[in-house]
Write a protein that binds this ligand. Sequence first.
Ligand SMILES: Cc1ncc(COP(=O)(O)O)c(C=O)c1O
Length: 413
Amino acid sequence: MTQSLSRRHFLAAGAGAASVWIPRPVKGYTAAEMREQAVNDRLEVGVSKWDLDTPCLCVDLDRLEANLDRMQTTVRRNGIASRPHAKTHKCPAIAQLQLAGGSVGICTAKISEAEVMSEYGIADILMTTVNVTPPKIRRAMQLRQRGAGFTQAVDTAANARDLSAAATEAGVVADIVVDIDPGGHRTGITAGAPALELAQLVDTLPGLRLRGLLCYDGGAQHVTGFADRRRRALGSLEAAAETAVQMTRAGLDTGIFSGGGTGTYNIDHETSGLTDVQVGSYVFMDAQYLGIGGAENPEVYTDFETALTVLTTVLNAQYAGRATTDAGAKANTINRPWPIVAGETGMTYTAGSDEFGTIRYEADASRVYAVGDKLELIVSHCDPVVNLYDQIYGVRGETVEVVWPIAARGKSI
Ligand SMILES: Cc1ncc(COP(=O)(O)O)c(C=O)c1O
């Protein structure tokens, strides 16, 4: 049987039992086919990661777990919650681990991601992007008809009215948060009177239930230097916090006031009324985040560990000072900075072309690679790289412990 891994559906057997998966029949596949695929998966469990064929995506489970713990410990200590963004991992198994660790729900960027997460049994989903096209609005209402715990963002009165009409027609109540612009004008409505007015409208429209607000400043996340990042993040949340107060005074629900990300996870709680952070990249980390510096280490962002790597094989090593690998732009994207060759200094990687990566050696390289050798790359930016793979190998030490489908891979609608 040949089939895309992203079409296979599995359910976690329970919190903490991350390596145990029960195949669930999928439309179009017989139970026998599902069993066969499950057996194929198990063949890879227990092998050394160095024996995996490449390019492939690996997550170091010890590091992943340390990142989950670190986040939960910090937000709990700071009196808020985490509502991790599943746009980063697109993987229901990791979402289950986050929820088992205490997260209050997950976020998605797309309706199709929400559908996948719901299908895998995730019960509390906040979609942080507005649904404006009729097909997406229909799908959002269908999620509610299927009983999903699904809340979506709204930032215009026109969209609120469209959702209200669709919810009424579908016979459901659609849960809504008002998305507030942190100042960058990418998404959201202006804080203060415009946002308050929209919240009041949502509260009165039939078929809608106001749950609160969200305000996410993407630009704040990668500001270099903790003090500057803190200033920017708190500054951009200030007007949303004032709006939340006005909403409360007007008798409106502010039970959700969500914001923040990996760069500001230990800053945003200083904003009064904020309930949770929509952290994404912290589970994996990447080269982009390493450069921002933290409160503890101003040079490198060491709050979380680099857990995600692309494993790649050397295809050509016959020219001095360079080697060609099988992981090019299609395995790594062309985001900058370029991926980092794990465990090597004096060696740089560039995604030379679609199919090939180029490694260049400098004088102090610790070793020179030969054809067939494998090496690991710490990815540039985790979200788009994950979206290139059907599955992720969970590795403990050097051994594959679990293979997780990246079930929402390619779900960009
Ligand atoms: C709306 C929203 N919330 C949260 C996040 C998570 O950010 P990070 O990966 O920096 O934690 C993102 C990422 O782009 C986002 O777009």
